[in-house]
Design a protein around this ligand. Structure first.
Ligand code: CP3
Length: 352
């Protein structure tokens, strides 16, 4: 199933930690590590816009690999966005600098949901992703694993309903509770597209797959269990036979971690608002943990940042495995030297 080359020259510490195997040090990568805080990233994005960068395989591959070379992280995450996955379903996506990804045709009615297509062949409209991942897999074969990803269905559906990033998600709530049939039609279609998309990434060379559920905390535990988690479980169950580690990050879900531990992922991402030690207790011994230092830690002094790295490493003692990460994405204005210093500190402090 898996085409990616894992040879003895690849640093597979990240994959080992995902599975709970013994490691020589705690591996680290950072959400949004391929982003505007990197000077080489800014140089590329001065010449092309965000969506063009995502859709040009050579550029997307180059940006994916930048943080591996410049920061020394133990995994690459494919450069793309959760909003591009559903464009072939009929979503009209553009990128507004300062605002982010925007859909011109938000899904608000049953007719809107019925109109969405799930292409038979997921490469139909997303071929550039798999082409870029083949380049990445080749160029990373002697370096580190490649993480493929998608947004979790609830997070992507909320984006499709709102049409842009939202803090209140009023349209999503209105549909989920006021028109559950339309919401279910939408979730069903997004779930199918997401499963096809992630499976094809494993075939193209992704060595691990991650579901970003950044809107998971929009719902309280009761509604999360009913309207979100079942779809996540279905996707992860479908992907179990890819053989690659599966990662789930449900931002803002803290009371349901015992249930999340059983969602079918090998590793669970924890956000910065949750105490890591208590997260590990709730997750139990069957999964690894990823996280969760404060994303603005880069603005602390070097000494204080070092101390916080030690605290985070210590918080994960007792976990089956730990992959160090932020509790959310790297800020666009994080000082690059501090980001590099954090990666070095994790490696130095955790060396066994
Ligand atoms: O982590 C990585 O480096 C991999 C690439 C990646 C991006 N977006 C690139 C990106 C990943 C995994 C994402 C996921 C994503 N995108 C999420 C889920 C994770 C999260 O952050 O909560 C969401 C909600 C989005 C939607 C999105 N994309 C927004 C709201 C924005 C604009 C606001 C912002 O923070 O910049 C984006 C743009 C985006 N996606 C950038 C990058 C590198 C910034 C583009 C630029 O300024 O050059």
């Amino acid at each position: 199933m898996q085409n990616a080359v894992i040879n003895n020259k690849m640093n597979d510490t990240f994959l080992k930690a995902c599975r709970g195997d013994d490691v020589d040090y705690t591996p680290v990568w950072l959400m949004r590590q391929a982003g505007p805080f990197l000077s080489r990233y800014r140089k590329v994005l001065a010449k092309v816009d965000f969506l063009t960068a995502c859709r040009t395989p050579e550029i997307a591959a180059e940006i994916t690999i930048q943080p591996v070379d410049d920061l020394g992280v133990d995994a690459a995450i494919f450069y793309s966005d959760i909003t591009t996955t559903v464009v072939p379903m009929g979503m009209d996506l553009s990128y507004v600098p300062g605002k982010g990804p925007v859909y011109a045709n938000p899904v608000r009615t049953r007719e809107d949901a019925d109109r969405l297509r799930v292409p038979e062949d997921v490469a139909d409209g997303l071929g550039f992703v798999f082409a870029a991942q083949q380049i990445c897999a080749r160029e990373l074969a002697n370096k580190v694993p490649l993480i493929g990803f998608a947004g979790a269905p609830f997070t992507v559906a909320a984006y499709m309903i709102e049409g842009a990033a939202s803090h209140t998600h009023v349209n999503t709530r209105r549909m989920a509770f006021g028109d559950p049939t339309t919401f279910a039609v939408l979730m069903e279609k997004v779930t199918r597209q997401t499963t096809n998309y992630l499976r094809r990434q494993a075939e193209a060379g992704a060595n691990a797959l991650m579901l970003f559920d950044s809107n998971a905390g929009m719902l309280g535990p009761r509604d999360y269990r009913e309207l979100n988690l079942p779809y996540v479980k279905r996707i992860l169950a479908d992907l179990a036979n890819t053989g690659v580690p599966l990662i789930y990050f449900g931002l803002g879900q803290h009371d349901t971690l015992a249930e999340i531990a059983a969602c079918g992922a090998d590793m669970i991402g924890i956000d910065f608002r949750k105490d890591l030690r208590s997260a590990v207790e709730q997750l139990g011994p069957a999964v690894s943990v990823q996280g969760n230092i404060e994303p603005y830690v880069f603005f602390e002094t070097r000494e204080r940042m070092e101390r916080r790295v030690a605290e985070t490493l210590s918080g994960a003692t007792g976990a089956r495995g730990h992959v160090f990460n932020l509790g959310h994405g790297v800020p666009a204005d994080a000082p690059e030297a501090q980001v590099k210093a954090l990666v070095d500190a994790v490696h130095r402090q955790s060396a066994r």
